[in-house]
Design a protein around this ligand. Structure first.
Ligand SMILES: O=C(O)c1ccccc1N[C@@H]1O[C@H](COP(=O)(O)O)[C@@H](O)[C@H]1O
Length: 213
């Protein structure tokens, strides 16, 4: 199995960003969602984005955001990828990809096989499908450290690239990779000591465990 790409999401400090770079994560996620404990302002994102440039790909996470908010974040942080974590339709994903000229990742909340089937509609509209656990509330559609039945998406053979998120940590990422063969893994809560507080040792351990799997 090829080495999976790693994304560390919810980065809001220089220390966390440096830890992700040091651990050779491919992607750093910045959350632009006011209800999240990991939310960053455009000013914070500008600092982090400048520091990240050319060292790690910068992913902006949005939840049903409007074009103006996305444009502000793209400009501030120099984003390389847009991650849509709300109820964005395939048409909206395609529209944002065309407008910003950036790859679009769509998060798909999974609780049943029917949810997995919905991912096919994003072929040609998004660049990557990120399977995540369905959360119990629309108020926070991710970042709760919840996992789902990984067998539902094992070796997914859909029309676009894909990745796995939801409740991943250094202890379970090896098992998740062995079962699913995911080409990309994404974590946030699993590398924190408290909601929104990244732990540099956990970031290092997660990246090492994903590489060893
Ligand atoms: O991190 C958040 O606060 C967040 C808020 C709204 C939508 C998504 C969010 N995080 C993303 O959710 C998945 C899974 O996170 P976790 O590892 O279970 O904590 C991941 O892509 C986060 O980036």
């Amino acid at each position: 199995m090829p080495t999976p790409a790693v994304k560390i999401c919810g980065i809001s400090t220089h220390d966390a960003l440096e830890a992700a770079v040091r651990a050779r994560a491919a992607y750093a996620g910045f959350v632009f969602f006011a209800k999240s404990p990991r939310n960053v302002t455009p000013a914070q994102a500008a600092e982090l984005g400048a520091r990240a440039q050319g060292r790690i790909q910068r992913v902006g996470l949005f939840v049903d955001a409007n074009d103006a908010a996305i444009a502000e974040a793209v400009t501030a942080a120099g984003l390389d990828v847009l991650q849509l974590h709300g109820k964005e339709s395939p048409e909206r994903a395609a529209q944002l990809r065309a407008r910003f000229g950036l790859p679009v990742w769509k998060a798909m909340p999974i609780a049943s096989i029917g949810d997995v089937a919905r991912a096919h509609a994003y072929g040609g509209a998004a660049d990557l499908m990120l399977f995540d656990a369905k959360t119990p509330t629309d108020a926070l559609p991710g970042g709760m450290g919840l996992s789902f039945d990984w067998s539902l998406i094992a070796h997914w053979d859909g029309p676009i690239k894909w990745g796995l998120a939801g409740g991943l940590n250094a202890e379970n990422v090896g098992q998740a990779l062995a079962l699913t063969g995911a080409p990309l893994v994404d974590t946030s809560s699993g590398v924190e000591s408290a909601p929104g507080v990244k732990d540099v040792d956990k970031i290092a351990a997660f990246c090492a465990a994903a590489r060893m799997a």
